[in-house]
Design a protein. Sequence first.
Length: 307
Amino acid sequence: MFSGIPQKNRAVAESYFDEHLSHNDYYTQGEKQAGHWIGTAAEKLGLQQGEVVSREAFLRLCDNQHPDTSEQLTPQQFRARRIYFDFVCSPPKSVSILAVTMNDSRIIKAHKEASGIALRELEQFAAARIRKGGIEDRDRVTGNLVGAAFLHTSSRALDPQLHTHFVLFNATWDTKEQRWKALQTGDMFGALNYGTAVYRNELAKRLHQIGYQTRQTAGAFEIEGVEAKFIERFSKRSQQRDMAVKAQEQKLGRKLSKQEVSHVVHQSRPKKLKGTSDEQVRRQQLGEIGFFEKRVLRKVVERANGL
C-alpha cells in the first residue's frame, strides 16, 4: 500500500537521510542502502533516473537548491516551507516474509518494478499553483517530479518488512511558465488508493509470473501457503503501533485524529539497533520459526520455482 507525509524540518530531513534512508531500519555494520534518483523532472537538474543519490545533492534539494549549481529552484523560500514528501510503498506481509526471511530476490525485483510503475502513475497528479495578480487561483497539472527512492527490507522491530521510500522534493517544472514551482500534492494524496491498487495489481501479476499463487484478503492479497500465524508473528511493529494508539485513545477518552495517530506512531518507534548486519537480521527472523514451519515456507518457495 501507499502512504505519505510531508517534512518541514530541515535538521530532521538531514538526520533522516543519514540515520534512516541510507540504512535499513537498523544501523548496519558498514552496510548502506543506496538511493536512486526518480521522477521525469530529475534530468532537468542533471540527475539521471536510476543513478545513485549523493548526500550533497540530496541536501541541496532539501534546501531548494539546484544540486549542481546551488541556485535557488522555486521562488518561495521561507522557513516553514515543505522540504519534501515521504511516500512509502509496502507489500502484504506474506510477500515480505518470502522475499526477505526466505531470501527470494525475485520478489524484491517484482516489488521494485510494481512500486515504480505505481509511483509513475501518481506522478501524473503532480501540480503547481497558478497565481494571477498575486491571488491564489488554482492548481495546474505538471505531471513531473524529482525525487529519490530508497529500498528497505525490515521494520525497527526487525520483522521482514519490504518497503520503498519515495522522497519527493518540493519542486516541479511548470512547462507553461518555464520555471520551477512548489509541488502541489493534494491530488497525489487523493490518489493514494489508486496508486495502491496499481501497485498491488502489478505486484500480483509479477508474483504469478514467477510461480506464486495468491489469495484475496480484505482489500488486498497474500501469497498462498503463508499461513496467518506467520503473518501475525512477523507483525510486531504493527502490534506496537496499535497498542500505542489504543492506549492514547483510552487516556483521552476519544478517537485520535490522523495527525495525532501519526504523532503517536512516531513516538512509539523503538530506537534503532546498532551494529546489526542484514544477514544477522535474517537469521534472527529464521530463529523465530520452528523447523517444520521453515519447511512449510521453503515448500512455498520451491513450488514457485517448479521444484
